[in-house]
Design a protein around this ligand. Structure first.
Ligand code: CAA
Length: 258
């Protein structure tokens, strides 16, 4: 598949996927999501890659699902083609780490796509919102569920019912984004954070990610039980032996992802 709507760049063991529909502020359509799914497949298959950064332009991460693509669609159309469910949530099922680097607008499906990543880093100019209510519909790519789990009922209702935008500061204060970075060299600075993630044992990272995600799917007791089982299993990895030996020997660990 030729890259058109999603550009990729590999920097050592980091892959940067950049949404690229500038004429529509990176509005999400099936072609773009097909390309993004393919990129995530390639990332998972390539054992040299350890972290994926999903980003957009300075003006827009993504201004939502493509309203012009949705406008002519009927109920029967979206039901039969399994709109959104077909592959729009592919990145949420990625087993390796993913970071959303958000500048500018992350609205509707754009905010929802960013929330599908493991964590979100915002530039000072980022703006988040679920404005679907202004179009006579609701969020449809998990917004009512993920946003509510991340920021709580009151804020989520506020965002979904008024359709207003929130800035990066507000998003950080309520835990939607993990940190805010300057607009200058934004993606390069996110790459530095991705390197920190990539330098760890990928096995431990993947299992840790599975544990954190389980917190959204289960009770506390079951979640802790799940964590304990995976934690115990890590004592069988070479990376556990290396990580702990390196600490004791006062040197940097050399993980082999085994
Ligand atoms: N779909 C299709 N095209 C879009 C778009 C979208 N979501 N957002 C922006 N565009 C297009 C505009 O139509 C415009 O195209 P033309 O030049 O051909 O007219 C171009 O991108 C530039 O946009 P604006 O001229 O509107 O730029 P602006 O700076 O004045 O405003 C904005 C920026 C506030 C983000 C505004 O574009 C906007 O409100 N966009 C729509 C946001 C929205 O409603 N998102 C939710 C979509 S529904 C959804 O996402 C459902 C879901 O949950 C899956």
């Amino acid at each position: 598949m030729t890259e058109k709507n999603v550009l990729t760049e590999i920097r050592e063991d980091i892959i940067i996927a950049t949404l690229n529909r500038p004429e529509a502020l990176n509005a999400l359509n099936d072609d773009l999501m097909d390309e993004l799914s393919k990129v995530v497949d390639q990332y998972e298959e390539n054992t040299n890659l350890k972290c994926l950064i999903l980003t957009g332009s300075e003006k827009a991460f993504a201004a939502g699902a493509d309203i012009k693509q949705m406008q002519p669609k009927s109920y029967m159309d979206v039901y039969k083609e399994d709109f959104i469910t077909r592959n729009w949530e592919r990145i949420s099922r990625c087993r390796k780490p993913t970071i959303a680097a958000v500048s500018g607008y992350a609205l509707g499906g754009g905010c929802e796509l960013a929330m599908m990543c493991d964590f979100m880093i915002a530039s000072e100019s980022a703006k988040f919102g679920q404005p679907e209510i202004n179009l006579g519909v609701s969020p449809g790519a998990g917004g009512t569920q993920r946003l509510t789990r991340f920021i709580g009922k009151s804020k989520s209702m506020d965002m979904c019912l008024t359709g207003r935008m929130m800035d990066a500061k507000e998003a950080e204060s309520i835990g939607l984004v993990s940190r805010i970075l300057s607009n200058d060299n934004f993606v390069d600075d996110v790459v530095e954070i991705a390197k920190e993630v990539a330098n760890k044992s990928l096995v431990a990272t993947m299992m840790t990610k599975e544990m954190v995600n389980r917190a959204y799917e289960t009770t506390l007791a079951e979640g802790v039980r799940f964590e304990r089982r995976l934690f115990h299993s890590m004592f069988a990895t070479k990376d556990k032996a290396e990580g702990m030996a390196a600490f004791v020997e006062k040197r940097k660990p050399k993980f082999k992802d085994e």
